[in-house]
Write a protein of this length. Structure first.
Length: 584
């Protein structure tokens, strides 16, 4: 009998005889059940013991592995912080100031900062004294929750680094600030090099501008006399042949002026800053004037020069006449230059009418065909490049700078069109371009500025002309006499100032480039000396076409700017709008 069952019988049923029937059979069965229960209990206890031991071993292994992985990860992050090219700093605010809690990175070592010299220390302990003020100001901003940055240098100034400060919050309160720093020494050196290069480029640009201003003055001074006397002759008694010759001189002079403008201002064209001045233009008259200009050259080479106008060509359009003329002159000039025999055709037609265009403008097409030497296909790509020609040998044979077609390309693009060509070597070329032009009403022939009705519009003025060039002084004297004025003259700015102080003038026409005192300085002196008194109008007369030069004239007190070669219509307009001082 199971011992546990035997003890329980004796304790609870002492009067039962376990060996008597029916107790013996019953207790035998119960004893077997007890034995099975004890066996299962021992098995379960053993299983639990084994399982507990296995779990204990597994937990111990997991703890060990976790500690190992955490240690490895910690070493990895430490190595990452140590090996990174930049630098990581952390700080928090204490009663003593901003105390650093971390310093790692290659940049820190290059700066001579170690964890021992930074961690637990304050900015004053390792930052250069000259940088403490803005460093601590940035630290304060970051501690107030504002992400910010600052630029600093090593003590010897050889290393430049940029610090980004990022606050770490717990709720609304900043608990720590992380400072990420990267070296920017190379970038700062590049910035310095670029600044120096920019200054060098600006110096070179100023030198170029000064050179161009001088060249412009030197070229425009004789051109001013040529065109000025040409305009005076235009209103003089002439035969038809002489008038025709004078028209050629005037048109050639205007083309030369436009060419000078383009060359001197080519950088502006390259930068896409070309200014277009649109006005009503008779396309037919413009084309006829171009043909008239080149007819003598064509006849000298026994070439036929033809003009063909399509029936759909508008009578007048609004466009920049001088720019359109410049393209046409370049193309016809090339055609005459590169054609030894045969003919040249100048053609114009309408491609699109205003009512078919979104912008309500005409699209006009111009073509210049010749029977000249032609152009090889392999030279097509370089033909419209600045200072290039199809073949360098053409420069020796025919002359030229190679700038003309580049200018034509940019001008046609600026006028809303494009330019292209077809050619066959030995048989000739055909250059064609388009422009977009506004609708323009035909203009009546303007009344001559020297007509009595025109001259009657001019006020009575006392005029002083300040001009150092004797030919231009003679020209201006003749021009003003034709306008009905006996102008006084000064040969330089210093003489002009003395003259103005001794006499009252309504209008001063002031050249800019003069010896002893230039027009800018003279204007400043006059405006200063006459302060509080009635001031004359001062008109600048300059060879410069640069916008900044014109603005400088206005800044010093000049009322208007006229460009050499001076157009008499422009001078007439300035005279007409000048009010005599005694009428003020």
């Amino acid at each position: 009998m199971n011992p546990l069952l035997s003890r329980q019988l004796r304790k609870h049923f002492p009067h039962v005889d376990p060996d008597s029937e029916p107790w013996r059979s019953f207790l035998s069965t119960v004893s077997g059940t007890y034995d099975e229960f004890h066996s299962e209990q021992r098995f379960l206890s053993h299983t639990l013991e084994v399982t507990s031991n296995e779990l204990t071993d597994a937990n111990e292994k997991l703890r060990h592995d976790s500690e190992h992985q955490l240690e490895s990860l910690s070493r990895y992050y430490q190595q990452t912080l140590e090996l990174q090219q930049g630098m990581i700093l952390c700080f928090r605010k204490t009663a003593a100031g901003f105390e650093h809690t971390l310093c790692r990175g290659q940049l820190a070592r290059r700066l001579g900062w170690s964890p021992e010299s930074v961690e637990g220390k304050f900015p004053r302990d390792f930052y250069p004294a000259s940088q403490l003020a803005f460093v601590e100001a940035s630290y304060s901003r970051a501690w107030n929750g504002i992400a910010c940055s600052f630029e600093a240098r090593s003590t010897d100034g050889q290393i430049v680094f940029l610090c980004l400060l990022r606050p770490l919050r717990e709720g609304a309160e900043v608990r720590e600030v992380i400072v990420s720093a990267v070296e920017i020494t190379a970038l700062k050196q590049l910035e310095l090099d670029l600044r120096r290069a920019k200054e060098t480029a600006e110096t070179a640009d100023r030198a170029k501008s000064e050179f161009l201003a001088v060249m412009s003055h030197e070229i425009r001074t004789p051109l001013n006399a040529i065109l000025g006397f040409g305009q005076l002759l235009r209103d003089s008694p002439l035969t038809e042949e002489q008038r025709s010759w004078l028209g050629i001189v005037a048109a050639s002079g205007e083309s030369l002026r436009a060419l000078i403008d383009d060359i001197l201002d080519f950088s502006k064209i390259e930068a896409g800053m070309l200014d277009l001045r649109e006005n009503p233009v008779s396309v037919e008259q413009l084309l006829k004037s171009v043909v008239t200009m080149f007819r003598p050259q064509a006849e000298e080479k026994h070439l036929q020069l033809h003009l063909t106008l399509a029936s759909n060509l508008p009578e007048a359009v609004t466009t920049d006449e001088s720019r359109l003329r410049q393209i046409l002159v370049n193309l016809v000039n090339n055609a005459v230059k590169f054609t030894e025999e045969g003919s040249i055709w100048l053609e114009a037609s309408t491609v699109e009418r205003p009512e078919t265009q979104d912008d309500g403008r005409w699209v006009l097409r111009f073509t210049v065909r010749d029977s000249g030497i032609g152009i090889k296909e392999e030279h097509r790509e370089r033909l419209f490049r600045p200072f290039s020609q199809a073949d360098s040998s053409t420069t020796r044979v025919y002359g030229g700078t190679g700038l003309g077609l580049a200018i034509c390309k940019r001008l046609s693009n600026a006028m809303g069109g494009d330019i292209d060509f077809t050619s066959e070597v030995g048989k000739g070329s055909s250059f064609f371009f388009t422009i977009r032009a506004g609708d323009g009403a035909p203009q009546a022939a303007p009344l001559s500025i020297f007509a009595p009705a025109s001259l009657a519009r001019l006020p009575k003025l006392r005029v002083l002309v300040v001009e150092d060039h004797p030919t231009n002084r003679f020209l201006m004297r003749q021009i003003f006499r034709r306008f009905g004025y006996e102008a006084d003259f000064a040969e330089n700015g210093r003489e002009a100032v003395a003259t103005v102080l001794s006499s009252d003038y309504d209008l001063i026409v002031m050249d800019l480039q003069m010896p002893e005192m230039d027009g800018i300085e003279a204007t400043g002196e006059i405006r200063s000396l006459l302060r509080g008194r009635r001031q004359p109008r001062i008109i600048a007369l300059t060879a410069s076409t640069l916008a900044e030069q014109h603005q400088h004239c206005r800044d010093v007190g000049m009322d208007a700017v006229l460009t050499k070669p001076v157009k008499l219509e422009a001078l007439f307009a300035e005279l007409a709008r000048t009010q005599p001082l005694n009428a003020v």
